[in-house]
Design a protein around this ligand. Structure first.
Ligand code: ZN
Length: 191
Protein backbone atom coordinates (compact mmCIF):
# COMPACT_ATOMS: atom_id res chain seq x y z
CA UNK A 1 0.00 0.00 0.00
CA UNK A 2 1.43 3.38 -0.96
CA UNK A 3 1.60 5.78 1.97
CA UNK A 4 1.16 9.55 2.13
CA UNK A 5 4.40 11.53 1.89
CA UNK A 6 4.43 14.18 4.62
CA UNK A 7 5.17 17.71 3.46
CA UNK A 8 7.29 20.47 4.92
CA UNK A 9 5.56 21.95 7.97
CA UNK A 10 4.68 18.52 9.41
CA UNK A 11 6.42 18.19 12.80
CA UNK A 12 7.37 14.54 12.12
CA UNK A 13 9.97 15.72 9.58
CA UNK A 14 11.91 17.33 12.44
CA UNK A 15 12.00 14.19 14.59
CA UNK A 16 15.16 12.20 15.08
CA UNK A 17 14.66 8.53 14.20
CA UNK A 18 14.98 5.76 16.78
CA UNK A 19 17.54 3.01 16.14
CA UNK A 20 16.11 -0.23 14.81
CA UNK A 21 17.30 -3.07 17.02
CA UNK A 22 15.94 -5.88 14.87
CA UNK A 23 14.66 -6.23 11.32
CA UNK A 24 11.26 -7.67 12.21
CA UNK A 25 8.50 -8.70 9.75
CA UNK A 26 6.86 -5.35 10.58
CA UNK A 27 10.01 -3.47 9.49
CA UNK A 28 10.16 -5.55 6.29
CA UNK A 29 6.53 -4.70 5.55
CA UNK A 30 7.29 -1.02 6.14
CA UNK A 31 10.23 -1.24 3.69
CA UNK A 32 7.85 -2.66 1.06
CA UNK A 33 5.39 0.17 1.65
CA UNK A 34 8.14 2.78 1.51
CA UNK A 35 9.39 1.40 -1.83
CA UNK A 36 5.88 1.46 -3.28
CA UNK A 37 5.41 5.02 -2.01
CA UNK A 38 8.76 6.22 -3.42
CA UNK A 39 8.19 4.65 -6.85
CA UNK A 40 4.61 6.00 -6.92
CA UNK A 41 5.91 9.51 -6.24
CA UNK A 42 8.75 9.06 -8.81
CA UNK A 43 11.33 9.81 -6.13
CA UNK A 44 14.87 8.45 -5.81
CA UNK A 45 14.97 8.40 -2.02
CA UNK A 46 12.60 8.26 0.94
CA UNK A 47 13.19 8.37 4.69
CA UNK A 48 10.96 6.84 7.37
CA UNK A 49 10.11 10.30 8.77
CA UNK A 50 8.53 11.20 5.42
CA UNK A 51 5.87 8.52 5.87
CA UNK A 52 5.31 9.35 9.52
CA UNK A 53 7.70 6.98 11.30
CA UNK A 54 10.61 8.34 13.35
CA UNK A 55 13.04 5.49 12.64
CA UNK A 56 16.64 5.17 11.42
CA UNK A 57 15.65 3.77 8.04
CA UNK A 58 15.82 5.07 4.49
CA UNK A 59 15.59 3.72 0.94
CA UNK A 60 17.25 4.84 -2.30
CA UNK A 61 16.89 3.75 -5.93
CA UNK A 62 18.85 5.60 -8.62
CA UNK A 63 18.19 3.25 -11.54
CA UNK A 64 15.92 5.75 -13.30
CA UNK A 65 18.58 8.47 -13.26
CA UNK A 66 20.70 8.39 -16.41
CA UNK A 67 22.34 11.80 -16.47
CA UNK A 68 23.98 12.05 -13.03
CA UNK A 69 26.76 9.53 -12.41
CA UNK A 70 27.54 7.71 -9.18
CA UNK A 71 30.40 5.55 -7.96
CA UNK A 72 30.20 2.64 -5.54
CA UNK A 73 32.95 0.53 -3.99
CA UNK A 74 32.81 -2.36 -1.59
CA UNK A 75 36.07 -3.64 -0.06
CA UNK A 76 37.93 -1.47 -2.56
CA UNK A 77 36.21 -3.08 -5.57
CA UNK A 78 33.93 -1.06 -7.88
CA UNK A 79 30.35 -2.35 -7.91
CA UNK A 80 27.70 -1.87 -10.59
CA UNK A 81 25.17 0.51 -8.96
CA UNK A 82 22.13 -1.23 -10.46
CA UNK A 83 23.05 -4.47 -8.63
CA UNK A 84 22.79 -2.61 -5.34
CA UNK A 85 19.34 -1.05 -5.90
CA UNK A 86 16.96 -0.58 -4.27
CA UNK A 87 19.26 0.28 -1.40
CA UNK A 88 17.84 -0.04 2.12
CA UNK A 89 19.87 1.61 4.89
CA UNK A 90 19.04 0.89 8.53
CA UNK A 91 20.90 2.76 11.33
CA UNK A 92 23.32 4.27 8.79
CA UNK A 93 26.58 5.94 9.83
CA UNK A 94 28.02 8.28 7.20
CA UNK A 95 31.58 9.62 7.16
CA UNK A 96 32.63 12.25 4.58
CA UNK A 97 35.86 11.37 2.74
CA UNK A 98 36.06 14.24 0.22
CA UNK A 99 35.55 17.98 -0.06
CA UNK A 100 32.06 19.42 -0.65
CA UNK A 101 30.73 19.94 -4.17
CA UNK A 102 27.60 21.79 -5.17
CA UNK A 103 24.73 20.03 -6.98
CA UNK A 104 20.99 20.31 -7.56
CA UNK A 105 18.64 18.69 -5.04
CA UNK A 106 14.93 18.24 -4.51
CA UNK A 107 12.85 16.38 -1.93
CA UNK A 108 9.47 14.60 -1.99
CA UNK A 109 8.46 16.63 1.09
CA UNK A 110 9.10 19.89 -0.83
CA UNK A 111 7.17 19.63 -4.11
CA UNK A 112 8.50 21.92 -6.84
CA UNK A 113 11.35 23.27 -4.72
CA UNK A 114 14.92 22.71 -5.94
CA UNK A 115 18.23 24.23 -4.93
CA UNK A 116 21.98 23.84 -5.23
CA UNK A 117 23.35 22.20 -2.09
CA UNK A 118 27.02 21.68 -1.19
CA UNK A 119 27.84 18.24 0.23
CA UNK A 120 30.98 16.10 0.44
CA UNK A 121 31.56 14.44 -2.96
CA UNK A 122 32.12 11.01 -1.45
CA UNK A 123 31.27 9.25 1.80
CA UNK A 124 31.84 5.99 3.61
CA UNK A 125 28.71 4.28 4.85
CA UNK A 126 28.07 1.56 7.41
CA UNK A 127 24.52 0.31 7.86
CA UNK A 128 22.28 -2.73 8.14
CA UNK A 129 20.45 -3.87 5.02
CA UNK A 130 16.87 -5.19 4.77
CA UNK A 131 18.11 -8.62 5.92
CA UNK A 132 19.65 -7.10 9.05
CA UNK A 133 23.16 -7.76 7.65
CA UNK A 134 25.94 -5.24 8.10
CA UNK A 135 26.99 -3.50 4.87
CA UNK A 136 29.93 -1.17 4.33
CA UNK A 137 30.60 0.81 1.18
CA UNK A 138 32.14 3.94 -0.20
CA UNK A 139 30.21 6.00 -2.73
CA UNK A 140 30.48 9.19 -4.76
CA UNK A 141 28.48 11.40 -7.10
CA UNK A 142 24.69 11.29 -6.97
CA UNK A 143 24.64 8.24 -4.68
CA UNK A 144 26.76 10.05 -2.08
CA UNK A 145 24.44 13.05 -2.34
CA UNK A 146 21.32 10.88 -1.97
CA UNK A 147 22.77 8.99 1.01
CA UNK A 148 23.56 12.26 2.77
CA UNK A 149 20.19 13.83 1.98
CA UNK A 150 18.36 10.74 3.28
CA UNK A 151 20.46 10.18 6.40
CA UNK A 152 19.95 13.87 7.24
CA UNK A 153 16.19 13.15 7.31
CA UNK A 154 16.81 10.45 9.94
CA UNK A 155 18.24 13.18 12.21
CA UNK A 156 15.37 15.59 11.49
CA UNK A 157 17.60 17.67 9.19
CA UNK A 158 16.11 18.94 5.91
CA UNK A 159 17.85 20.08 2.74
CA UNK A 160 16.71 23.66 3.33
CA UNK A 161 19.00 23.60 6.41
CA UNK A 162 21.96 23.01 4.05
CA UNK A 163 21.12 25.84 1.62
CA UNK A 164 23.01 29.08 1.54
CA UNK A 165 21.21 32.00 3.13
CA UNK A 166 20.76 33.49 -0.36
CA UNK A 167 19.24 30.31 -1.85
CA UNK A 168 16.84 29.97 1.07
CA UNK A 169 15.85 33.63 0.78
CA UNK A 170 14.98 33.04 -2.89
CA UNK A 171 12.54 30.21 -2.15
CA UNK A 172 11.15 31.77 1.03
CA UNK A 173 7.67 32.56 -0.41
CA UNK A 174 7.27 28.95 -1.66
CA UNK A 175 8.46 27.57 1.68
CA UNK A 176 6.07 29.71 3.67
CA UNK A 177 3.16 28.75 1.41
CA UNK A 178 3.95 25.03 1.70
CA UNK A 179 4.32 25.23 5.48
CA UNK A 180 1.00 27.10 5.81
CA UNK A 181 -0.80 24.51 3.60
CA UNK A 182 0.60 21.62 5.64
CA UNK A 183 -0.35 23.25 8.96
CA UNK A 184 -3.87 24.04 7.68
CA UNK A 185 -4.33 20.42 6.54
CA UNK A 186 -3.16 19.15 9.96
CA UNK A 187 -5.59 21.47 11.71
CA UNK A 188 -8.46 20.15 9.57
CA UNK A 189 -7.56 16.67 10.74
CA UNK A 190 -7.86 17.88 14.32
CA UNK A 191 -4.14 17.63 15.15
ZN1 ZN B 1 14.13 14.51 1.22
Amino acid sequence: MALTVLKYGHPMLRQKGARIEQVTPEIKRLIGEMLETMYGARGIGLAAQQIGRALQMTIIDLREVADRPSTLEMKGEPIEIAHFMPLVLINPQVTPVADPVSGPEGCLSFSEIYAEIARPESVEVTALNEQGERVEFRCGGLLARAVQHETDHLQGILFIDRMTREAKEEIKPQLERLQAETKAALKDLGH
